[in-house]
Design a protein around this ligand. Structure first.
Ligand code: NAD
Length: 456
């Protein structure tokens, strides 16, 4: 049974108010403990991810554990520098004074994770929240229960129990939790729930980061090496059985390019998985409900590759669909599974028009060797991020912010962006009371003659 949300938040608020999380040494100790948590529990984490998603060990290590370890090491190496006051330019009137941005923690923050990368997406934001000096309520997704249970077991063993607490539960429990007053909410999940979170946050004007989803398009033209391009597209599409927020959702290309992609996919899929159903490298759909939705999407268009499924195992083969219509569900809702529809367009301008008629995507992919095509899409569309000639890799560079825009979310994180997300940037002006300083600043006093106004 979940703890009482009011008690959880009250404990954390007392701790925050005591100033316990303010010293950088305390934060660094907690972050080092988190590093130990990842390193000492690799087997248990891999097992939980297998139980929830049949995520293979390689993917679990690469995309969840190692990803977090790398992010955490960046934070640990840079935290002292990031937390320093940031001095800013000044005008003549403040020449002798100090003006700087002081990063301060918000207070008690809530991090709500999603099930598809349930370890990475729950702990990733927590790095920034701890580094910035906040107390944190960690709410894993109930859709990945083995991982949620493991997180609840491990966190109290490694992190300070008065400052960081795991709160497990489904929709009713989360609804109760959201009635509490938080100083920041960081949510990862779907756009509809994102709106619920935004509404709940509004009650106390709590700032939010919303890491949401949507349909991420992938444009491909005839200037590419089809085998390489298709390999990179299918890698991004099939990892975690397509349950990746930045997976290429659908392809936009001409009929001629479509044929090349299908031929390339027939070579590449067996290279990835000799038999996807038997391969331990290929994942499963998270729940029966999600499986049934995806099974329904297979009815759109024509199957050019794959199309097999097994409800018992929640298995869906790597699938390519052609001849889909704009009005088909597969072209309307985020797919979030191993189904890749190809929608035909004749020109890059058609592709841009198609993208701009829809909600702003989280990711946008372009495969082309033509600079004019790449520039034209970058400059005439809006998306959380863009990756040219690859997929998913934009989020592996922690010097780039990761986040959406419009319906795909607001705010961003990774690396320093996580620290900044969880820090209020307080403007500080420290003036001195010296005679010279007083003279430099005296133009503000009445009477405000034209000469003084020009000086100011
Ligand atoms: P989910 O079902 O795990 O939900 C996410 C979180 O929201 C969970 O912790 C859940 O308990 C909570 N939640 C669900 N319904 C709620 C409600 N009514 N009130 C309050 N809280 C509620 O995950 P999901 O939404 O199925 O995740 C898939 C979606 O998330 C996709 O759209 C995907 O693109 C998106 N996503 C985005 C990112 C990103 O970083 N931008 C990452 C992963 C997933």
């Amino acid at each position: 049974m979940s703890e009482n949300p009011s008690e959880v938040v009250a404990t954390l608020r007392n701790s925050f108010n005591s100033g316990k999380t303010r010293p950088l040494e305390f934060r660094i100790k907690q972050l080092l403990n988190l590093l130990k948590l990842y390193e000492e529990n690799e087997d248990a984490i891999v097992e939980a991810l297998w139980t929830d998603l049949k995520k293979c060990k390689g993917e679990a290590l690469l995309m969840e554990i190692q990803f977090l370890i790398n992010d955490l090491k960046t934070v640990l190496m840079n935290l002292y520098r990031w937390a320093k006051p940031e001095h800013v330019e000044k005008d003549l009137a403040n020449l002798l004074d100090k003006a700087y941005i002081q990063r301060e923690p918000y207070g008690v923050v809530l991090v709500i994770g999603a099930w598809n990368y349930p370890f990475q997406l729950t702990f990733g934001p927590v790095h920034g929240a701890i580094a910035a000096g906040n107390c944190v309520v960690i709410k894993p997704s109930e859709i990945s229960p083995a991982t949620a249970k493991l997180i609840a077991k491990l966190v109290p063993k490694y992190l300070d129990g008065d400052c960081y607490k795991v709160f497990n539960g489904g929709i009713p429990e989360t609804t109760e939790l959201l009635k509490e007053r938080f100083d920041y909410i960081f949510y990862t999940g779907n756009t509809n729930v994102g709106k619920i979170i935004h509404q709940a946050a509004n009650k106390y004007l709590t700032p939010v980061t919303l890491e949401l989803g949507g349909k991420s398009p992938c444009y491909i033209d005839n200037s590419v090496n089809y085998l390489t391009a298709t390999k990179r597209i299918l890698w991004g599409k099939l990892a975690n059985a397509g349950q990746t927020c930045v997976a290429p959702d659908y392809i936009l290309c001409t009929k001629e390019v479509q044929q090349e992609i299908i031929e390339a996919a027939k070579i590449i899929v067996p290279q990835f998985y000799a038999n996807p159903k038997e391969s331990s490298e290929y994942g499963r759909i998270v729940t029966d409900r999600h499986f049934e939705r995806l099974q329904g999407l297979l009815k759109s268009g024509k199957i050019a590759l794959g199309g097999e499924y097994d409800a018992e195992e929640k298995y869906i083969a790597p699938t390519i669909l052609t001849d889909v219509k704009e009005t088909d569900d597969v072209m309307k809702e985020e797919i979030f599974g191993p189904i890749l529809p190809i929608y035909n367009v004749n020109t890059v301008q058609d592709a841009i028009n198609f993208i701009n008629k829809r909600e702003k995507p989280l990711a946008l992919y372009i495969f082309s060797n033509r600079k004019s095509v790449v520039d034209s899409i970058i400059n005439n569309t809006s998306s959380g991020g863009i990756c040219v000639n690859d997929t998913v890799m934009q989020l592996a560079i922690d010097t780039l912010p990761f986040g959406g825009v419009g319906a795909s979310g607001m705010g961003g994180y990774h690396g320093k962006f996580s620290f900044d997300t969880f820090s209020h940037k307080k403007a500080v002006l420290e003036k001195n009371l010296d005679a010279l300083g007083e003279k430099l600043g005296s133009a503000k006093y009445p009477p405000l003659t034209p000469g003084k106004i020009n000086y100011l």
